[in-house]
Design a protein around this ligand. Structure first.
Ligand code: 0L1
Ligand code: MG
Length: 265
């Protein structure tokens, strides 16, 4: 077997291993323990292949996300660059409830999501291109649940584990991209009535629109692009918080309403 083929088989095997843990909500060791020389490009390929496994079972790619878009978040997990992940239909919460079954140690974070009406591609994409391609902007919550023990990972590990993507909730109200200054939106997150996190849209690469630009550039380096209809999560506005069965999470997006999430068994 040629070297390239051996490498491909390995990436496929690792992708199947990760897909198993994602599907079953079970913890695993860092893959970089067994594969210390894994490159970040390999990790993105493992991510793509693991989502292909889910798609082969009937799931569907409906969006993409940026992660670690704030310095505070990068510091909290010890990874010093923004990353991306993939969102599938089975991750979308249709009701504002989160079942703990099949989850390991979930965390919730507030985000601003863009929905596209046009494809976006290429290294030379601009902020103007993104606005022209945006159908609407929606306040949202992301549930991340790293499959790694203790939420501990390297850059390569977390990329391969689809940037910890697990579930997401979109607000019912969508807004015109021109409705407000998205970098000025203040967000407060409450757990069982207690204020636990607060932040502002500018925490996301100075402005959430810049996160979409960066995502398009990162994807184009790997020959991929964003498609019309996709939902794009731009990154957390505050630190993520741990949630437990029985918790009631409320996130107040200034002038844009409140998103609630009840954590159940
Ligand atoms: O969406 C995110 O910012 C999560 C990126 C992965 C790091 C983590 O699991 O906290
Ligand atoms: Mg996120």
């Amino acid at each position: 077997m040629q070297f390239k083929e051996v490498r491909r088989v390995n990436l496929q095997q690792i992708a199947k291993h990760i897909d198993f843990h994602q599907q079953n909500g079970t913890e695993m060791d860092k893959i970089t323990i067994e594969y210390p020389s894994l490159h970040v490009d390999d990790a993105y390929e493992i991510q793509r292949l693991s989502i292909e496994e889910a798609i082969a079972r009937g799931d569907e790619l409906i969006g993409m996300k940026m992660g670690l878009t704030s310095v505070a978040k990068q510091k909290s997990v010890g990874v010093e660059e923004a990353i991306y992940g993939r969102l599938t239909r089975s991750m979308e919460l249709m009701e504002p409830t989160l079942g703990m079954k099949g989850l390991i140690h979930p965390r919730v974070e507030p985000e601003i999501a863009f929905v596209l009406k046009k494809d976006l591609e290429g290294e030379n994409v601009t902020v103007r291109d993104v606005w022209a391609a945006t159908e609407c902007v929606i306040p949202a919550l992301e549930v991340i649940d790293s499959r790694y023990k203790n939420f501990s990972f390297t850059l390569e590990d977390v990329v391969a584990d689809n940037a910890s993507s697990t579930k997401f909730l979109l607000g019912y109200q969508a807004y015109s991209p021109y409705h407000t200054q998205w970098d000025q939106i203040k967000v407060e997150m409450f757990r069982n009535g207690e204020l636990v996190q607060e932040g502002v849209g500018a925490a996301v690469l100075d402005h959430p629109v810049r996160s979409v630009v960066e995502l398009v550039k990162m994807l184009s380096r790997r020959g991929e692009s964003l498609k019309a209809g996709m939902v794009i999560f731009t990154g957390a506005i505050t630190e993520a918080i741990n949630v437990y069965e029985g918790d009631q999470i409320e996130v107040k997006f200034d002038q844009l309403g409140i998103l609630s999430l009840k954590v159940e068994e």
